[in-house]
Each structure stands twice: as C-alpha cells, then as structure tokens.
Write a protein that binds this ligand. Structure first.
Ligand code: HH2
Length: 270
C-alpha cells in the first residue's frame, strides 16, 4: 500500500534567520537543517532561496541561484530524501535540477515562467502547482472570490491542463490550494474544510499551513515558532480529507501526529 502521507521539510536559504553569519554559515546551516529534517522523517526537502511571504521583495536570479544550488547539491548527494526546489525562476529550477533536485515547487504554477512546464516535462521530474491570487507583494490586499473552493479548483484544473499540454506526465503533478496566498482567514479555513473537493481533481494534494499568519490570528500567537500545535491540527484535518503531502517547518511533531492519524484512519500503522 502507498504510504498514507509524505512530509516535505522546509529548508530556507534566506538571510533573515542567519543574518550576521555570512554566506558560508547560512549555507552550512541550511544543509545541516535539511539533514536534521530528513532524519526526523521528511521524505522531500524543499529548498528555497526567495521568501514568498506577503509583501516580500523579489530576489535577483544570480543571488537566488547562488543560495540554492550548493544546498541542493549537498542534500541530493546524501540521498536521504528527494530534493525539491522552491522557485518561480526557470534558471534557478534548471540549475537545481542539474545539481540533483527532482522536484520543482513553483508557487506561480508555471505562470511566472511558462517555460518551466517544458523543463519539468523534459527532465521527467515531479512538480507542485499551487494556487495564488496575484503575486506575493500584493496578494493579501483585499482578496475576493465568487466561491473560494470552486475558484481554486478551476484554477488548478487549468494549470494541470497547461502542464500536461506541455508534456508533463499526469503522475508527476501535485496540486496545492496555496493556503495564505491571497486568502483571508475565512478563505483558508473554508479551503481546509472543503479540501475533499480539491482532492476530487484526482491529483495528490499538498498543503502548506506551517506556522502561517492565519493560525497566529486564530490562537493569538505572534511568534511563528509557537504555532506548531495549530499547524499540526490543520495537517491532521487535511490528511483526513485526503491530502497526501505536508509542507512543514516542524517535521518531528508533524510525523508523530500524522502517523497516529493515518493508523487510526486506515488501520495500517499500528
Ligand atoms: N508556502 C510558502 C512557500 N512555498 N509552496 C507550496 N507548494 N505551498 C505553500 O503553501 C508554500 C510554498 C510560504 O513561504 P514563505 O512565506 O517564504 O516561508 P516558508 O518557506 O518559511 O514557509
């Protein structure tokens, strides 16, 4: 039987967290962090060099490539987990695939760089197509939908058709409702509540709720590090509704919770 879930551990190579350590420290810290997450049960490591947080400023191509490639190379060489690159830039994705990544996580679902679809097709790698309203700099400014679930579903269907139309094999595609990307608190909760409707598209569904602001608002926690229990709650509910891949910062508690949830739901893990 296929595993009930996979965990995608988040490996950020962005200067915010290790600002005064210089480039080498940042890189070595990211590699060590990725190894730790694989040890805790992440079967995918998602390496990103550009923040997509609301209002974040874009990072230049050369800078992003220089951040991401050495980390991808080291983690891919370990062979402990599949390595994903979290980028919307064609050239960064290509360089990461050359360095051993086998998964492209593009939060624009090939809209920023439509040639990304051809690259994924040519390399035969996995990809995630995520819904986002607008772009990171502006997406949280008054997002509106007719019906958030139907709108997101139609978008994902269209992007999956775009990908397969460019030669990406259906079994290489995962879809993601893009929690927090141009959504209010209510939109996020409705997407999670009705996630089975996204699952009905037939592609494995990935969800990324980890430490996000809407959870902080719900439980009154300003510090993202204190949103682990809130994150775990969303992931258990998403598993129950059919999600298969969970993008998280806190792999160990998520793995424990999902093991228990999967054993309860499927009776296969005890
Ligand atoms: N969320 C973020 C980044 N990439 N990719 C997918 N597929 N789904 C997501 O929900 C998702 C994503 C949020 O990124 P950011 O705000 O940059 O912070 P972090 O990477 O620490 O989560």
């Amino acid at each position: 039987m296929a595993p009930a879930f996979r965990i995608m551990g988040i490996v950020n190579v962005t200067p915010d967290s290790f600002s005064d350590g210089g480039e080498w420290f940042e890189r070595e810290a990211a590699i060590a962090h990725g190894r730790e997450l694989a040890g805790e049960g992440a079967s995918i490591l998602d390496v990103g060099g550009e923040s997509t947080r609301p209002y974040a400023e874009p990072v230049a191509l050369e800078e992003e490539r220089a951040r991401v490639v050495p980390v991808v190379e080291a983690l891919a060489a370990d062979g402990a987990a599949q390595v994903s690159v979290d980028t919307m830039k064609l050239e960064v994705a290509r360089a990461a695939l050359d360095a051993g990544a086998t998964y492209v996580n593009d939060v624009t679902a090939f809209r920023h760089d439509p040639e990304m679809a051809g690259l994924v097709a040519e390399r035969g790698c996995d990809c995630c197509l995520m819904h986002m309203l607008g772009e990171p700099r502006t997406m949280q400014v008054d997002p509106r939908y007719d019906d958030v679930v139907s709108d997101v579903k139609a978008f994902l269907e269209e992007r999956a058709a775009f990908a397969t139309g460019h030669g990406v094999a259906e079994e290489r595609i995962m879809v993601d409702p893009g929690i927090g990307f141009g959504k209010t608190l209510e939109h996020n909760l409705e997407l999670l509540r009705r996630l089975d409707e996204i699952v009905a598209l037939g592609f494995p569904v990935l969800v990324g709720t980890s430490r996000k602001a809407f959870l902080g608002r719900l439980v009154g926690r300003e510090d993202p590090h204190e949103r682990v229990a809130a994150t775990v709650a969303t992931n258990v509910l998403a598993l129950e509704r059919g999600a298969r891949v969970f993008r998280v910062h806190d792999v160990a508690p998520t793995a424990d919770a999902l093991k228990v949830a999967a054993a309860t739901l499927r009776g296969d893990g005890a």
